[in-house]
Design a protein around this ligand. Structure first.
Ligand code: ZN
Length: 161
């Protein structure tokens, strides 16, 4: 597989230190993951590690944070008004907010109802983690010109529009 190919992979992702599985396409009811190679759909190291693999090939690799979701940034904390949140929020909950037109996921790390503050961590939940993947290449096909122009996969396993 190489850039501008549409690739289907089965993968099993776990934290390198604890071996705890964080995501797996082999879970019940899951389909293989489909992506367009070379257009930033995947974390950088994932694509780099499967480049050149043939259908049926299996690879296992470990990605340090810089090739996965980056390091944690302690400036990514913010206090937001308690009044802006729905009722029943708890520490550890994830929310999505729009910042400069871009969706940002954040985690609630502190709630001070009296002060009217909710402390949020906008680091990616996987930031700072070293990740190991077992990957098997299920299929590879050429991307269409339209898929390359849109930078995503159409049809089976991709966008329908
Ligand atoms: Zn499209």
């Amino acid at each position: 597989m190489e850039n501008n190919k549409v690739v289907k992979v089965h993968y099993h992702g776990y934290f390198a230190d604890t071996k705890e599985v964080f995501d797996s396409s082999l879970s019940e009811g899951r389909e293989p993951l489909t992506f367009l190679v070379g257009h930033g759909q995947m974390i950088p190291g994932f694509e780099a590690e499967v480049l050149g693999a043939e259908v049926g090939e299996k690879r296992t690799f470990t990605l340090e944070p810089e090739r996965a979701y980056g390091h944690r940034d302690e400036n990514q904390f913010a206090d937001l008004p308690f009044a802006d949140f729905p009722e029943g929020i708890e520490v550890g909950m994830n929310f999505q907010a729009e910042m400069s037109g871009r969706p940002i996921m954040f985690t609630i790390t502190g709630i001070d109802e009296e002060a009217g503050n909710v402390t949020c961590d906008a680091n990616h939940p996987m930031a700072g983690k070293t990740l190991t993947f077992d990957v098997e290449i299920v299929s590879v096909r050429d991307a269409s010109e339209e898929e390359i122009a849109h930078k995503h996969v159409h049809g089976d396993g991709g966008h329908h529009h």
